[in-house]
Design a protein around this ligand. Structure first.
Ligand SMILES: Cc1ncc(COP(=O)(O)O)c(C=O)c1O
Length: 436
């Protein structure tokens, strides 16, 4: 008998294209036919599925709840504010308060706009950047959402976004007229950069500051210099990296500043709010860009962000998260050494990832998720760390992982096919960033 979660997902696939709203919440990329998929409750580090089974969440997808699920302080503030109406004919004062706060945190910036999703904020920034530079062509490094302007990169070849997004992503519905408007380059790859510099009409360089690879400072400086010299708008997309390891964007650590900056996810601890910050000198240049949306004026995101930012500043949560992530990396290091398993550990300390360095790596990842799930732990090979991850959770996770690594090590040493122990199909490949 299928449980409620699997039954609902089977129904969903018949009436919802692709089954879920977010690619990274597709159960097939974790444990096909077994991943719980739906939740009935989430609190601190725990998630309950539709069968009311409780899981320790050692994945915490996809990085929006750094203060833990249903954070009491943030929720109290939002609920209190919602009692007075979350929308009406007028604007909320929180928009202005949040703009002031973000500009204070990023003194190079002089204006802020808000949206509800990272993809939207990125689309706004591209509109702004094209208006500022008066040039249309864009170079990108990283994932920047689902909009036409970004996916157009794959119109030339379905492999163009392979190093940034999903392998051989099909881009049906993206206008062919956008071909050759977007040019990907790889992080820290000076050869790619050389090619980008030669593109005629390049007006925008947009990049994630830190993906799986730490940025080479020379690389960032070189880009900044090239943008300054050639009237190119430099955009840092920190929808995911923002507020995780610094109070604001991670670029603060490298002291290299963009012209436009995207922040999102962690900023509202789960409430929808993203922002576009920009240099003051550009404010008049973007005033003829029509960007406007009803629900960008909905109040809960800004209310949540103000409270979340207050807590992050007060408790220095970005330091705590980094510290917990370092402990996780140490667990992986210790256990892989103990069991003589070859793994590669990478990613931000606050979003640690690892990969099994074997031909069977996807099958081993599937096995890990399967065995963790039996122990009521949601886990894959990446963790979006939250302050809700306490020492007792790390210890529990370590104990279970010890046994799993031991089994995988035996599979390798004794040439035992892991498929014999898999109770589902092998998981599908997720984002490049997550599988490396
Ligand atoms: C760097 C970056 N930009 C943009 C996005 C898109 O954000 P959203 O899913 O909120 O549209 C993401 C989401 O993972 C991201 O990591």
């Amino acid at each position: 008998m299928k449980d409620k979660n699997q039954k609902l997902y089977n129904e969903a696939r018949k009436i919802i294209p692709n089954g879920t709203m977010l690619f990274s919440k597709k159960p097939e990329i974790y444990l096909p036919g077994k991943w719980p998929t739906y939740y009935s409750k989430a609190k601190k580090a725990y998630v309950w599925d539709l069968e009311k089974k409780r899981y320790l969440d050692m994945y915490f997808g996809v990085g929006q709840n750094t203060l833990g699920y249903a954070n009491f302080e943030v929720d109290t503030e939002v609920n209190k504010s919602n009692k007075n109406g979350n929308m009406c004919s007028l604007n909320s004062e929180q928009d202005v308060k949040l703009a002031k706060k973000l500009i204070k945190i990023h003194p190079w910036a002089g204006f802020a706009r808000f949206a509800k999703s990272g993809g939207e904020a990125n689309a706004v920034s591209i509109r702004y950047a094209r208006a500022i530079s008066k040039k249309d062509k864009i170079a990108i490094c990283g994932y920047h959402g689902w909009h036409d302007w970004y996916l157009a990169a794959n119109l030339k070849s379905k492999k163009k976004l392979n190093d940034h997004h999903i392998q051989e992503l099909k881009v049906d519905g993206v206008p062919k007229a956008l071909k050759n408007t977007v040019h990907p380059f790889r992080m820290n790859n000076f050869n790619d950069l050389k090619k980008i510099k030669k593109i005629k009409g390049l007006g925008v360089i947009k990049m994630e500051v830190y993906r799986e690879k730490k940025p080479n400072i020379k690389f960032l400086k070189d880009i900044r210099k090239h943008c300054n010299k050639n009237n190119i708008v430099l955009i840092f997309d920190e929808c995911t990296s923002g507020f995780r390891e610094t109070f604001g964007g991670i670029h603060k650590k490298y002291k290299i500043y963009p012209d436009l900056l995207m922040l999102g996810k962690a900023m509202g601890n789960g409430y929808p709010i993203t922002s576009i910050l920009g240099r003051k000198k550009f404010i008049n240049m973007v005033s003829n860009c029509f960007v406007s949306s009803t629900f960008w004026t909905e109040k809960s995101g800004a209310v949540a962000a103000l409270k979340t930012i207050e807590i992050m500043q007060r408790d220095k949560t970005y330091k705590k998260i980094k510290n917990i992530g370092q402990k996780i990396k140490k667990i992986w290091q210790q256990l892989s050494t103990k069991h003589q398993l070859k793994i590669k550990i990478y990613g931000l300390d606050s979003i640690p990832c690892f990969q099994f360095l074997y031909k069977n790596h996807l099958a081993y990842k599937t096995f890990l998720t399967q065995e963790m799930l039996k122990n009521r732990i949601l886990a894959t090979t990446q963790i979006y760390i939250s302050i809700a991850h306490e020492q007792k959770h790390l210890q529990n996770y370590k104990n279970k992982l010890d046994n799993i690594f031991k089994s995988i090590s035996e599979f390798e040493k004794k040439n035992i096919p892991v498929n014999r122990f898999l109770e589902s199909k092998i998981s599908e490949v997720g984002f490049k960033r997550y599988t490396n």
